[in-house]
Design a protein around this ligand. Sequence first.
Ligand SMILES: Cc1cc2nc3c(=O)[nH]c(=O)nc-3n(C[C@H](O)[C@H](O)[C@H](O)COP(=O)(O)OP(=O)(O)OC[C@H]3O[C@@H](n4cnc5c(N)ncnc54)[C@H](O)[C@@H]3O)c2cc1C
Length: 289
Amino acid sequence: MHPFNYVAPKTVEEAVNVLEKHGDKARPLAGGTDLLVQARGNKWDLEAVVDVKKIPEAMKLEASDDGLIIGSGVPCYQIYENEEVKKHYAGIVDGAFIIGGIQIQSRAAIGGNLCNAAPSGDAICPLIVYGATANIAGPNGERKIAVEDFCIGPGKTVIKNGELLVSISVPKPAKRSGAAYERFIPRNEMDIAVAAVAVSVVIDNTGENFESVNIALASVGPTPIVARKASDYLAGKPINDASISEAASIAKDEASPISDMRGTIEHRKHLIEVITNRMIKESVKRARG
Ligand SMILES: Cc1cc2nc3c(=O)[nH]c(=O)nc-3n(C[C@H](O)[C@H](O)[C@H](O)COP(=O)(O)OP(=O)(O)OC[C@H]3O[C@@H](n4cnc5c(N)ncnc54)[C@H](O)[C@@H]3O)c2cc1C
C-alpha cells in the first residue's frame, strides 16, 4: 500500500476542495471496510483519503414526515437500531443488518455500500425499491440522482472526480406499503450474495390487490437490475399465489447473471424466482401489518 494523506474535513465544501485538488488520486472514505481492503490491494493510486465522518450532513440520520435522510457516513448499526427506521423502512433494515458481522456494521455505511457499487451490495436494491435519491456535492454545486441510476458498472458510479455522496433521501412510504430484502449465500453470514431481491409493495384498501410494486435484483447483472416488467405486471393484480408466481417468473427472465465460482446462470435465475416470490409475500405481510 502506498503512503497517502488522511484528511478529515468538517464541511462538504472543504471535502470537495480536497477531492478536486487530487482528482482521481483522492477517494472519499466512509467506514473504510471496502476502501482499505482495496487500497491494500493497490486498486487506487492514492494521494489522499477524505474521511466524511466529521461532516455533519454526512452523519445525519433523520426520519420525518418528509421521509428519511441517511448521511453517507452513517454506519449500518445506527440504521437498524433506529426505531423510526425499523418501523417505516424495514426493507432498508433487512439490507443493513446482513452486511458483514457486527464489527463491519459498526463502521460500514450504506453510503459506502452504494458508492462501492458491487453488484452484490446488500444496501443498494432496498434503496432502489423505496425510490431513494442520492444527494451529491461537487465543484459545480449539488445534484440529485435516483439510486436506481447511480451504479453504472461493477465498482463504477455516476460520481465524478471532485464529487462526493453527501446523503441519501428516501421518500416516506405510502400507507399500506411494505418492503423486504433477502439474499442467498451458501453459509449463514459473512459472504456476498449469489442472488438477492428487494421488493416493495403498496396494496389497496381492501388489502386484496396490489396497487404498485417495485422489484430490484442484486448479483445477477453488472449493476442492480430494476425488474420493471415483473413490477408492472403486478400493479392492479389480485394478491394470490398465481399472480405472485407469474411475477417471480418474469423477474427470473429479467435477471442476466454470469456463471462464476459462486453459482451458475441457471442456479442464479432459479434463486431469483424463488426469492422474488418470497419477498413479494413478505412485503404483503408487512403492508398488511
Ligand atoms: C469482512 C467483510 C464482510 C463484508 N460483508 C458484506 C456483505 O455481507 N454485504 C455487502 O454488501 N458488503 C459486504 N462487505 C463490503 C463492505 O463492508 C460494504 O460494501 C460496506 O457497506 C462499505 O461501506 P464503507 O462505509 O465501509 O465504505 P468505504 O470502504 O468507506 O467506501 C467504499 C467505496 O465508496 C467510496 N465512498 C465512500 N464514501 C463515499 C462518499 N461519501 N462519496 C463518494 N464515494 C464514497 C470509497 O471511496 C470507496 O470506493 C464486507 C466487507 C468485509 C471486509
